[in-house]
Unconditional design. Structure first.
Length: 269
């Protein structure tokens, strides 16, 4: 098996779990490297950046800055110098002042990846596509399968998958600078009642297959959403189920989704 990279993990000594717990889960599941993804509301990225130094070759970092502050653009260069390869956005984020895309533009200038969270309706909106068209040199990663997961949010109160918005989000694959993260199946498949073993999910919607058809393996990447995924199918299964239950057009495409794409996009120092 090729190198396996998890592109969406959270870690903190104050919330969720410390990075050592993630490393233990990675070891048990056969995951080689991971992208530490800051969670919203936290602007101190020092813990994640220090983890890169403490565990050489294991981690890359997606940081967050307070986009409402006048020094946000300057913080991007500082974070890049400190070892961050990505900056996390929400679809709706705009900078104050004359240039609402100043923060996005700075990432493009410095070669910092923009990892973007939002519901499918926001990805599908013309305003988001305008950012992509405006900044063709900015690598933009759509998180959480374009936000279709009815069982985690963001802000989605029902279990209905927004298929029309999802299809419009997939159309963004026509832009070569756009990538997408695929999650574990528990983000969009309900836990069965009564529970079934060993494979709990039945009638899996073809959302990942649709993403593979749109983006191909070389612009898709797997992300576990550790540790919130522990409240769904659990870390190892976020890898095992989409790897084993989803049909990929080739072994090479599957290997890109579960490691190759991430290796091309992020640097693991």
């Amino acid at each position: 098996m090729a190198t396996v990279i998890d592109t969406h993990c959270h870690a903190s000594p104050y919330w969720f779990e410390p990075v050592e717990i993630l490393l233990d889960e990675m070891e048990r599941a056969g995951v080689d490297q991971a992208v530490l993804t800051q969670f919203f509301g936290v602007f101190d990225n020092s813990y994640l950046l220090e983890a890169v130094k403490r565990f050489p070759g294991r981690f890359a970092v997606i940081a967050i800055v307070d986009h409402t502050q006048p020094d946000a653009v300057d913080r991007v260069a500082e974070l890049k110098d400190q070892g961050a390869d990505g900056l996390r956005f929400q679809c709706s984020w705009r900078s104050p002042g004359n240039d609402p895309l100043a923060l996005w533009r700075k990432c493009a200038e410095l070669g910092v990846v923009a990892s973007v969270m939002g519901p499918a309706e926001h990805y599908a909106a013309p305003e988001f596509e305008e950012i992509i068209r405006e900044l063709p040199n900015l690598s933009i990663v759509i998180e959480h399968l374009a936000g279709v997961g009815a069982f985690w949010g963001p802000g989605r109160a029902d279990t209905e998958i927004p298929m029309d918005a999802y299809r419009r989000s997939l159309e963004l694959s026509k832009y070569p600078n756009v990538y997408m993260k695929i999650p574990g199946l528990g983000e969009f498949c309900p836990r069965p009642q009564p529970f079934r073993q060993p494979i709990p999910f039945d009638n899996i919607p073809p959302l990942i297959e649709m993403a593979v058809e749109a983006f191909g393996g070389d612009r898709l990447m797997w992300g576990s959403d550790f540790p919130p995924s522990a409240n769904r199918e659990g870390y190892r299964n976020t890898l095992r189920f989409p790897m084993e239950l989803i049909d990929y057009p080739s072994t090479e495409a599957r290997d890109m989704v579960f490691g190759g794409t991430a290796a091309n996009l992020w640097e693991f120092r």
